[in-house]
Design a binder for this molecule. Structure first.
Ligand code: PLP
Length: 493
Protein backbone atom coordinates (compact mmCIF):
# COMPACT_ATOMS: atom_id res chain seq x y z
CA UNK A 1 0.00 0.00 0.00
CA UNK A 2 1.28 3.42 -0.90
CA UNK A 3 0.51 6.84 0.52
CA UNK A 4 -0.07 9.97 -1.55
CA UNK A 5 0.03 13.62 -0.63
CA UNK A 6 -3.35 15.36 -0.38
CA UNK A 7 -1.84 18.15 -2.49
CA UNK A 8 -0.13 16.16 -5.19
CA UNK A 9 -0.83 12.55 -6.23
CA UNK A 10 2.60 12.36 -7.80
CA UNK A 11 4.19 12.49 -4.37
CA UNK A 12 4.00 8.91 -3.20
CA UNK A 13 5.59 7.20 -0.21
CA UNK A 14 5.65 3.82 1.46
CA UNK A 15 4.25 3.68 4.98
CA UNK A 16 7.70 3.85 6.55
CA UNK A 17 8.72 6.80 4.38
CA UNK A 18 5.50 8.63 5.20
CA UNK A 19 6.09 8.08 8.92
CA UNK A 20 9.63 9.43 8.65
CA UNK A 21 8.59 12.51 6.69
CA UNK A 22 5.53 13.37 8.77
CA UNK A 23 4.38 15.99 6.30
CA UNK A 24 4.66 15.70 2.50
CA UNK A 25 7.19 18.02 0.85
CA UNK A 26 4.41 20.11 -0.72
CA UNK A 27 2.83 20.75 2.69
CA UNK A 28 0.11 18.14 2.11
CA UNK A 29 -0.74 15.21 4.35
CA UNK A 30 -0.11 11.60 3.44
CA UNK A 31 -3.24 9.49 2.93
CA UNK A 32 -3.51 5.80 2.02
CA UNK A 33 -4.32 5.33 -1.67
CA UNK A 34 -7.17 3.11 -0.61
CA UNK A 35 -8.68 2.25 2.78
CA UNK A 36 -8.23 -1.50 3.30
CA UNK A 37 -11.07 -3.79 4.34
CA UNK A 38 -11.02 -5.54 7.68
CA UNK A 39 -12.13 -9.04 6.92
CA UNK A 40 -11.89 -10.61 10.32
CA UNK A 41 -15.06 -12.02 11.85
CA UNK A 42 -16.30 -10.45 15.05
CA UNK A 43 -16.03 -13.92 16.66
CA UNK A 44 -12.29 -13.83 15.99
CA UNK A 45 -11.99 -10.24 17.17
CA UNK A 46 -13.74 -10.85 20.49
CA UNK A 47 -11.11 -13.42 21.43
CA UNK A 48 -8.20 -11.07 20.75
CA UNK A 49 -6.14 -8.97 23.14
CA UNK A 50 -5.56 -5.29 22.43
CA UNK A 51 -2.10 -6.10 21.07
CA UNK A 52 -3.42 -8.80 18.75
CA UNK A 53 -6.13 -6.46 17.46
CA UNK A 54 -3.50 -3.78 16.92
CA UNK A 55 -1.48 -6.12 14.75
CA UNK A 56 -4.44 -7.17 12.62
CA UNK A 57 -5.47 -3.57 11.97
CA UNK A 58 -2.06 -1.96 11.58
CA UNK A 59 -0.62 -4.59 9.24
CA UNK A 60 -3.23 -3.56 6.65
CA UNK A 61 -1.87 -0.01 6.59
CA UNK A 62 1.84 -0.46 7.32
CA UNK A 63 2.48 -2.99 4.59
CA UNK A 64 6.22 -2.47 4.31
CA UNK A 65 6.81 -3.46 7.94
CA UNK A 66 7.54 -7.16 8.46
CA UNK A 67 5.41 -9.16 10.89
CA UNK A 68 8.33 -9.30 13.28
CA UNK A 69 8.96 -5.56 13.11
CA UNK A 70 5.35 -4.60 13.63
CA UNK A 71 4.77 -7.07 16.45
CA UNK A 72 7.96 -5.80 18.11
CA UNK A 73 6.72 -2.21 17.96
CA UNK A 74 3.35 -3.23 19.40
CA UNK A 75 4.88 -5.23 22.26
CA UNK A 76 7.17 -2.34 23.19
CA UNK A 77 4.32 0.17 23.14
CA UNK A 78 1.37 -1.48 24.83
CA UNK A 79 3.00 -2.88 27.95
CA UNK A 80 3.13 -2.02 31.67
CA UNK A 81 3.24 1.67 30.81
CA UNK A 82 -0.52 1.26 30.72
CA UNK A 83 -2.19 0.79 34.08
CA UNK A 84 -4.90 -1.41 32.60
CA UNK A 85 -4.31 -4.83 31.02
CA UNK A 86 -7.07 -4.05 28.54
CA UNK A 87 -5.15 -0.92 27.44
CA UNK A 88 -8.44 0.78 26.47
CA UNK A 89 -11.16 -0.38 28.89
CA UNK A 90 -14.84 0.28 28.25
CA UNK A 91 -16.92 1.72 31.14
CA UNK A 92 -20.67 1.70 31.06
CA UNK A 93 -22.49 4.69 32.58
CA UNK A 94 -26.22 4.76 31.96
CA UNK A 95 -26.99 4.05 28.30
CA UNK A 96 -23.57 4.85 26.92
CA UNK A 97 -20.15 3.28 27.03
CA UNK A 98 -17.11 5.44 27.71
CA UNK A 99 -14.02 4.14 25.95
CA UNK A 100 -11.24 5.10 28.36
CA UNK A 101 -8.23 6.05 26.27
CA UNK A 102 -6.22 7.54 29.11
CA UNK A 103 -4.53 4.61 30.82
CA UNK A 104 -1.08 5.32 29.37
CA UNK A 105 1.93 7.11 30.83
CA UNK A 106 0.62 10.66 30.50
CA UNK A 107 -3.08 9.95 31.17
CA UNK A 108 -4.50 11.31 27.91
CA UNK A 109 -5.47 9.55 24.69
CA UNK A 110 -2.37 10.79 22.87
CA UNK A 111 -0.51 7.93 24.58
CA UNK A 112 -2.46 5.45 22.45
CA UNK A 113 -0.49 6.56 19.40
CA UNK A 114 2.58 8.21 20.89
CA UNK A 115 3.69 5.18 22.83
CA UNK A 116 4.11 3.33 19.53
CA UNK A 117 5.22 6.15 17.20
CA UNK A 118 8.88 6.24 18.40
CA UNK A 119 9.17 2.50 17.74
CA UNK A 120 7.59 2.83 14.30
CA UNK A 121 9.91 5.71 13.50
CA UNK A 122 13.11 4.00 14.60
CA UNK A 123 12.11 0.90 12.65
CA UNK A 124 11.28 3.06 9.63
CA UNK A 125 14.66 4.81 9.86
CA UNK A 126 16.47 1.47 9.86
CA UNK A 127 14.43 0.20 6.91
CA UNK A 128 15.27 3.30 4.88
CA UNK A 129 18.97 3.40 5.84
CA UNK A 130 18.59 6.81 7.47
CA UNK A 131 21.71 7.85 9.30
CA UNK A 132 20.68 11.36 10.23
CA UNK A 133 19.51 12.01 13.74
CA UNK A 134 15.72 12.52 13.72
CA UNK A 135 14.50 15.73 15.28
CA UNK A 136 10.86 15.55 16.31
CA UNK A 137 9.34 18.99 16.07
CA UNK A 138 5.96 19.31 17.71
CA UNK A 139 3.35 21.91 18.56
CA UNK A 140 1.01 20.98 21.35
CA UNK A 141 -2.29 22.16 22.73
CA UNK A 142 -1.28 20.40 25.95
CA UNK A 143 -1.44 16.62 25.68
CA UNK A 144 0.56 15.74 22.57
CA UNK A 145 3.63 17.46 24.00
CA UNK A 146 3.89 15.38 27.13
CA UNK A 147 2.93 12.14 25.43
CA UNK A 148 5.54 12.71 22.70
CA UNK A 149 8.20 13.70 25.26
CA UNK A 150 7.50 10.56 27.26
CA UNK A 151 7.62 8.43 24.11
CA UNK A 152 10.85 9.86 22.68
CA UNK A 153 12.81 10.66 25.87
CA UNK A 154 16.21 8.95 25.68
CA UNK A 155 15.32 7.14 22.43
CA UNK A 156 18.68 6.79 20.62
CA UNK A 157 18.99 8.63 17.33
CA UNK A 158 16.26 11.16 18.16
CA UNK A 159 15.79 14.58 19.72
CA UNK A 160 12.43 16.09 20.52
CA UNK A 161 11.46 19.77 20.64
CA UNK A 162 8.01 20.74 21.89
CA UNK A 163 6.32 24.15 21.60
CA UNK A 164 3.29 24.85 23.79
CA UNK A 165 1.16 28.01 24.23
CA UNK A 166 2.48 29.43 27.50
CA UNK A 167 -0.92 30.54 28.79
CA UNK A 168 -3.04 28.01 26.95
CA UNK A 169 -2.55 24.73 28.78
CA UNK A 170 -3.75 23.47 32.17
CA UNK A 171 -1.36 23.85 35.17
CA UNK A 172 -0.97 20.08 35.34
CA UNK A 173 -0.24 19.80 31.61
CA UNK A 174 2.42 22.49 31.92
CA UNK A 175 4.00 20.91 34.98
CA UNK A 176 4.08 17.54 33.22
CA UNK A 177 6.02 19.02 30.30
CA UNK A 178 8.50 21.27 32.06
CA UNK A 179 9.55 18.49 34.44
CA UNK A 180 10.35 16.08 31.59
CA UNK A 181 13.65 14.24 32.00
CA UNK A 182 15.92 13.09 29.16
CA UNK A 183 18.96 14.76 27.55
CA UNK A 184 17.31 14.74 24.13
CA UNK A 185 14.18 16.65 25.25
CA UNK A 186 13.51 20.39 24.76
CA UNK A 187 10.36 22.21 25.87
CA UNK A 188 9.48 25.79 24.96
CA UNK A 189 6.54 27.96 26.01
CA UNK A 190 5.51 30.47 23.34
CA UNK A 191 3.76 33.80 23.70
CA UNK A 192 0.95 32.77 21.38
CA UNK A 193 -1.80 30.20 20.93
CA UNK A 194 -1.76 26.64 19.61
CA UNK A 195 -2.61 27.58 16.02
CA UNK A 196 0.37 29.93 15.94
CA UNK A 197 2.62 27.23 17.36
CA UNK A 198 1.34 24.72 14.79
CA UNK A 199 1.77 27.17 11.90
CA UNK A 200 5.33 27.98 13.05
CA UNK A 201 6.19 24.29 13.13
CA UNK A 202 4.67 23.64 9.69
CA UNK A 203 6.71 26.52 8.28
CA UNK A 204 9.93 25.05 9.60
CA UNK A 205 9.06 21.76 7.90
CA UNK A 206 8.80 23.36 4.51
CA UNK A 207 11.69 25.86 4.95
CA UNK A 208 14.23 24.71 2.35
CA UNK A 209 17.17 26.64 3.81
CA UNK A 210 16.59 25.29 7.26
CA UNK A 211 16.29 21.82 5.74
CA UNK A 212 19.70 22.21 4.11
CA UNK A 213 21.34 23.42 7.32
CA UNK A 214 19.83 20.44 9.11
CA UNK A 215 21.06 17.98 6.48
CA UNK A 216 24.59 19.41 6.69
CA UNK A 217 24.59 18.96 10.45
CA UNK A 218 23.27 15.39 10.16
CA UNK A 219 19.69 16.05 11.24
CA UNK A 220 16.27 15.68 9.70
CA UNK A 221 12.86 16.72 10.98
CA UNK A 222 9.88 14.54 11.60
CA UNK A 223 6.55 15.18 13.24
CA UNK A 224 4.80 13.66 16.23
CA UNK A 225 1.66 15.68 15.52
CA UNK A 226 -1.45 13.91 14.37
CA UNK A 227 -0.66 14.88 10.79
CA UNK A 228 1.77 11.93 10.92
CA UNK A 229 0.15 8.81 9.50
CA UNK A 230 2.05 6.87 12.18
CA UNK A 231 -0.26 8.47 14.71
CA UNK A 232 -3.47 8.04 12.80
CA UNK A 233 -3.15 4.31 12.14
CA UNK A 234 -2.72 3.21 15.80
CA UNK A 235 -5.83 5.23 16.64
CA UNK A 236 -8.02 3.10 14.35
CA UNK A 237 -7.28 0.08 16.53
CA UNK A 238 -9.29 1.07 19.60
CA UNK A 239 -12.51 1.56 17.67
CA UNK A 240 -12.24 -1.99 16.36
CA UNK A 241 -11.33 -3.23 19.84
CA UNK A 242 -14.24 -1.36 21.45
CA UNK A 243 -16.74 -2.79 18.98
CA UNK A 244 -15.59 -6.33 19.68
CA UNK A 245 -15.75 -5.66 23.43
CA UNK A 246 -19.33 -4.41 23.15
CA UNK A 247 -20.34 -7.60 21.37
CA UNK A 248 -18.52 -9.68 23.94
CA UNK A 249 -20.21 -7.88 26.83
CA UNK A 250 -23.62 -8.36 25.22
CA UNK A 251 -24.12 -4.62 24.77
CA UNK A 252 -24.78 -5.12 21.07
CA UNK A 253 -25.40 -7.97 18.67
CA UNK A 254 -22.85 -8.81 16.02
CA UNK A 255 -23.19 -6.37 13.06
CA UNK A 256 -25.35 -3.97 15.08
CA UNK A 257 -24.59 -0.38 14.15
CA UNK A 258 -23.17 1.90 16.85
CA UNK A 259 -22.55 5.64 17.01
CA UNK A 260 -19.25 7.12 18.07
CA UNK A 261 -18.84 10.49 19.79
CA UNK A 262 -15.41 12.12 19.68
CA UNK A 263 -14.30 15.32 21.44
CA UNK A 264 -12.44 16.96 18.59
CA UNK A 265 -9.59 19.41 18.07
CA UNK A 266 -7.18 18.63 15.27
CA UNK A 267 -9.64 16.08 13.79
CA UNK A 268 -7.23 13.14 14.18
CA UNK A 269 -9.18 10.94 16.56
CA UNK A 270 -12.49 11.22 14.71
CA UNK A 271 -10.75 10.68 11.37
CA UNK A 272 -9.44 7.39 12.76
CA UNK A 273 -13.05 6.44 13.58
CA UNK A 274 -14.03 7.41 10.01
CA UNK A 275 -11.27 5.16 8.65
CA UNK A 276 -12.52 2.34 10.91
CA UNK A 277 -16.01 2.79 9.47
CA UNK A 278 -14.61 2.70 5.95
CA UNK A 279 -12.78 -0.52 6.77
CA UNK A 280 -16.19 -2.06 7.39
CA UNK A 281 -16.74 -1.57 11.12
CA UNK A 282 -20.51 -1.07 11.71
CA UNK A 283 -20.45 2.58 12.76
CA UNK A 284 -23.47 4.78 12.06
CA UNK A 285 -22.96 8.42 12.94
CA UNK A 286 -19.60 9.98 13.71
CA UNK A 287 -20.52 12.67 16.19
CA UNK A 288 -17.97 15.46 16.17
CA UNK A 289 -18.01 17.40 19.45
CA UNK A 290 -16.42 20.85 19.72
CA UNK A 291 -16.04 23.28 22.58
CA UNK A 292 -16.67 27.02 22.15
CA UNK A 293 -14.06 27.06 19.37
CA UNK A 294 -16.84 25.64 17.20
CA UNK A 295 -15.27 26.01 13.76
CA UNK A 296 -16.05 22.37 12.94
CA UNK A 297 -19.69 22.63 14.00
CA UNK A 298 -20.07 25.62 11.69
CA UNK A 299 -18.34 23.69 8.92
CA UNK A 300 -20.64 20.68 9.19
CA UNK A 301 -23.75 22.84 9.28
CA UNK A 302 -22.85 25.39 6.58
CA UNK A 303 -20.15 23.85 4.39
CA UNK A 304 -17.92 26.84 5.06
CA UNK A 305 -14.76 26.49 7.10
CA UNK A 306 -13.88 29.85 8.60
CA UNK A 307 -11.09 30.37 11.07
CA UNK A 308 -11.57 34.14 11.16
CA UNK A 309 -12.96 34.40 14.67
CA UNK A 310 -11.86 34.93 18.20
CA UNK A 311 -9.78 32.16 19.74
CA UNK A 312 -11.42 31.15 23.04
CA UNK A 313 -9.47 29.70 25.96
CA UNK A 314 -11.69 27.01 27.48
CA UNK A 315 -11.50 24.38 30.21
CA UNK A 316 -10.84 21.79 27.46
CA UNK A 317 -7.57 23.28 26.18
CA UNK A 318 -6.59 20.30 24.03
CA UNK A 319 -9.54 21.22 21.80
CA UNK A 320 -8.78 24.95 21.63
CA UNK A 321 -7.96 24.83 17.93
CA UNK A 322 -9.19 26.81 14.94
CA UNK A 323 -7.20 25.03 12.23
CA UNK A 324 -8.05 21.34 12.39
CA UNK A 325 -5.19 19.97 10.30
CA UNK A 326 -6.53 16.49 9.73
CA UNK A 327 -9.74 17.80 8.19
CA UNK A 328 -7.63 18.17 5.04
CA UNK A 329 -7.61 14.39 4.73
CA UNK A 330 -11.41 14.36 4.72
CA UNK A 331 -11.62 17.29 2.29
CA UNK A 332 -9.31 15.48 -0.12
CA UNK A 333 -11.56 12.45 0.04
CA UNK A 334 -14.90 14.21 -0.42
CA UNK A 335 -13.32 16.10 -3.32
CA UNK A 336 -13.10 12.66 -4.97
CA UNK A 337 -9.45 12.10 -3.99
CA UNK A 338 -8.67 15.16 -6.04
CA UNK A 339 -5.48 16.89 -4.93
CA UNK A 340 -5.97 19.87 -7.20
CA UNK A 341 -9.36 20.71 -5.72
CA UNK A 342 -8.05 20.16 -2.21
CA UNK A 343 -5.02 22.31 -2.83
CA UNK A 344 -7.10 25.23 -4.02
CA UNK A 345 -9.28 25.05 -0.88
CA UNK A 346 -6.19 24.90 1.34
CA UNK A 347 -4.84 27.93 -0.49
CA UNK A 348 -8.05 29.79 0.33
CA UNK A 349 -7.59 28.78 3.95
CA UNK A 350 -4.04 30.05 4.02
CA UNK A 351 -4.78 33.30 2.22
CA UNK A 352 -8.25 34.20 3.51
CA UNK A 353 -8.64 31.98 6.55
CA UNK A 354 -11.68 30.29 5.03
CA UNK A 355 -13.00 28.06 2.26
CA UNK A 356 -16.33 26.76 1.07
CA UNK A 357 -16.97 23.24 -0.19
CA UNK A 358 -19.37 22.46 -3.03
CA UNK A 359 -22.89 21.07 -2.48
CA UNK A 360 -21.68 17.83 -4.00
CA UNK A 361 -18.91 17.55 -1.43
CA UNK A 362 -21.27 18.45 1.40
CA UNK A 363 -23.54 15.53 0.47
CA UNK A 364 -20.72 13.19 1.37
CA UNK A 365 -20.59 14.43 4.93
CA UNK A 366 -23.77 12.61 5.97
CA UNK A 367 -21.77 10.21 8.14
CA UNK A 368 -20.95 13.15 10.38
CA UNK A 369 -22.97 15.13 12.87
CA UNK A 370 -21.34 18.20 14.40
CA UNK A 371 -22.31 20.21 17.45
CA UNK A 372 -20.64 22.02 20.32
CA UNK A 373 -20.93 22.54 24.06
CA UNK A 374 -20.51 25.79 25.95
CA UNK A 375 -18.47 25.97 29.15
CA UNK A 376 -21.69 25.89 31.23
CA UNK A 377 -23.08 22.90 29.34
CA UNK A 378 -19.80 21.04 29.84
CA UNK A 379 -19.70 21.72 33.58
CA UNK A 380 -23.33 20.79 33.91
CA UNK A 381 -22.94 17.39 32.23
CA UNK A 382 -19.87 16.56 34.34
CA UNK A 383 -22.02 17.19 37.42
CA UNK A 384 -24.93 15.21 35.98
CA UNK A 385 -22.86 12.16 35.01
CA UNK A 386 -21.28 12.17 38.47
CA UNK A 387 -24.60 12.45 40.31
CA UNK A 388 -26.47 9.93 38.20
CA UNK A 389 -23.77 7.36 37.53
CA UNK A 390 -21.12 8.03 40.14
CA UNK A 391 -18.60 8.37 37.32
CA UNK A 392 -16.30 11.34 36.80
CA UNK A 393 -15.30 12.45 33.31
CA UNK A 394 -12.75 15.09 32.34
CA UNK A 395 -13.68 18.34 30.59
CA UNK A 396 -12.96 17.08 27.03
CA UNK A 397 -15.06 13.99 27.55
CA UNK A 398 -17.64 16.29 29.14
CA UNK A 399 -17.85 18.26 25.88
CA UNK A 400 -18.52 14.98 24.07
CA UNK A 401 -21.19 13.88 26.55
CA UNK A 402 -22.95 17.26 26.31
CA UNK A 403 -22.95 17.12 22.51
CA UNK A 404 -24.26 13.55 22.56
CA UNK A 405 -27.17 14.73 24.71
CA UNK A 406 -27.98 17.41 22.12
CA UNK A 407 -27.74 14.83 19.35
CA UNK A 408 -30.18 12.53 21.09
CA UNK A 409 -32.64 15.32 21.82
CA UNK A 410 -32.48 16.45 18.21
CA UNK A 411 -32.72 13.08 16.48
CA UNK A 412 -34.21 10.58 18.93
CA UNK A 413 -31.57 8.12 17.71
CA UNK A 414 -31.30 5.31 20.28
CA UNK A 415 -28.44 3.34 18.68
CA UNK A 416 -25.84 2.13 21.19
CA UNK A 417 -23.13 4.71 21.52
CA UNK A 418 -19.46 4.90 22.46
CA UNK A 419 -18.01 8.13 23.76
CA UNK A 420 -14.26 8.46 23.34
CA UNK A 421 -13.00 9.41 26.79
CA UNK A 422 -9.82 11.24 25.98
CA UNK A 423 -8.30 12.28 29.29
CA UNK A 424 -8.24 11.29 32.92
CA UNK A 425 -10.17 13.75 35.13
CA UNK A 426 -6.94 14.03 37.11
CA UNK A 427 -5.39 15.97 34.27
CA UNK A 428 -8.00 18.72 34.58
CA UNK A 429 -8.76 18.39 38.27
CA UNK A 430 -9.56 22.02 38.97
CA UNK A 431 -12.17 22.40 36.23
CA UNK A 432 -13.68 19.01 36.98
CA UNK A 433 -13.99 19.57 40.72
CA UNK A 434 -15.40 23.08 40.25
CA UNK A 435 -18.00 21.63 37.89
CA UNK A 436 -19.05 19.10 40.53
CA UNK A 437 -19.28 21.62 43.37
CA UNK A 438 -18.37 25.31 43.73
CA UNK A 439 -17.04 24.63 47.20
CA UNK A 440 -13.84 23.33 45.58
CA UNK A 441 -13.12 26.61 43.76
CA UNK A 442 -10.52 28.01 46.14
CA UNK A 443 -8.53 24.94 47.08
CA UNK A 444 -4.92 24.36 45.91
CA UNK A 445 -4.33 21.93 43.01
CA UNK A 446 -2.89 19.02 44.91
CA UNK A 447 -5.53 19.23 47.66
CA UNK A 448 -8.13 18.92 44.90
CA UNK A 449 -6.36 15.89 43.52
CA UNK A 450 -6.73 14.16 46.86
CA UNK A 451 -10.41 15.14 47.02
CA UNK A 452 -10.95 13.75 43.52
CA UNK A 453 -9.50 10.42 44.65
CA UNK A 454 -12.07 10.30 47.45
CA UNK A 455 -15.01 11.26 45.24
CA UNK A 456 -14.17 8.99 42.32
CA UNK A 457 -12.78 6.02 44.18
CA UNK A 458 -10.07 5.91 41.50
CA UNK A 459 -6.48 5.87 42.72
CA UNK A 460 -4.33 8.93 41.88
CA UNK A 461 -2.42 7.91 38.73
CA UNK A 462 1.35 7.58 38.80
CA UNK A 463 1.67 10.39 36.24
CA UNK A 464 0.24 12.80 38.82
CA UNK A 465 2.26 11.44 41.73
CA UNK A 466 5.38 11.94 39.61
CA UNK A 467 4.92 15.70 39.26
CA UNK A 468 4.02 16.51 42.85
CA UNK A 469 7.64 17.16 43.73
CA UNK A 470 9.49 17.02 40.40
CA UNK A 471 11.87 19.93 39.66
CA UNK A 472 11.28 22.24 36.68
CA UNK A 473 13.91 21.40 34.04
CA UNK A 474 12.71 23.47 31.06
CA UNK A 475 12.40 27.24 31.36
CA UNK A 476 12.70 28.53 27.79
CA UNK A 477 10.02 30.99 26.68
CA UNK A 478 10.00 32.59 23.21
CA UNK A 479 8.02 34.78 20.85
CA UNK A 480 6.37 33.22 17.78
CA UNK A 481 8.94 34.87 15.50
CA UNK A 482 11.75 33.30 17.52
CA UNK A 483 10.69 29.67 17.11
CA UNK A 484 13.16 28.97 14.32
CA UNK A 485 16.14 30.60 16.05
CA UNK A 486 15.28 28.68 19.20
CA UNK A 487 15.39 25.41 17.29
CA UNK A 488 18.72 26.35 15.71
CA UNK A 489 20.16 27.18 19.09
CA UNK A 490 19.12 23.83 20.54
CA UNK A 491 20.69 22.01 17.61
CA UNK A 492 23.79 24.19 17.40
CA UNK A 493 23.26 24.93 13.71
C1 PLP B 1 -5.82 15.97 21.59
C2 PLP B 1 -7.01 15.83 22.42
C3 PLP B 1 -8.29 15.93 21.88
C4 PLP B 1 -8.53 16.22 20.42
O1 PLP B 1 -8.14 15.17 19.59
P1 PLP B 1 -7.88 15.44 18.03
O2 PLP B 1 -7.38 14.15 17.50
O3 PLP B 1 -6.86 16.54 17.96
O4 PLP B 1 -9.18 15.86 17.44
C5 PLP B 1 -9.38 15.74 22.73
N1 PLP B 1 -9.20 15.50 24.04
C6 PLP B 1 -7.99 15.40 24.60
C7 PLP B 1 -7.87 15.17 26.06
C8 PLP B 1 -6.85 15.56 23.82
O5 PLP B 1 -5.63 15.46 24.38
Amino acid sequence: MLYVSTRNEEEKATASQAILKGLAADGGLFVPEKIPTLDLSVEKLTSMTYQETAYEVMKLFLTDFTEEELKGCIQNAYDEKFDSKEIAPLKKAGDVCFLELFHGATIAFKDMALSILPHLMITAAKKNQIENEIVILTATSGDTGKAALAGFADVKGTKIIVFYPKDGVSPIQQKQMVTQKGDNTFVVGINGNFDQAQTGVKQMFSDKELGKAMETAGYQFSSANSINIGRLVPQIVYYVYAYAKMVQLGEIKNKEVINVVVPTGNFGNILAAFYAKNMGLPIGKLICASNENKVLYDFFTTGTYDRNREFVLTSSPSMDILISSNLERLIYRIAGNNSEKNQSLMKDLQENGSYEITAEMKEQLLDFYGNYASEEETASIIREVYREHNYIVDTHTGVAAAVYKKYQEETGDTAKTVIASTASPYKFTRSVMSAIDEKYNDKPDFALIDELAVLSGVKVPQAIEDIRTAPVLHKTICEIEEMQTTVKKFLNI
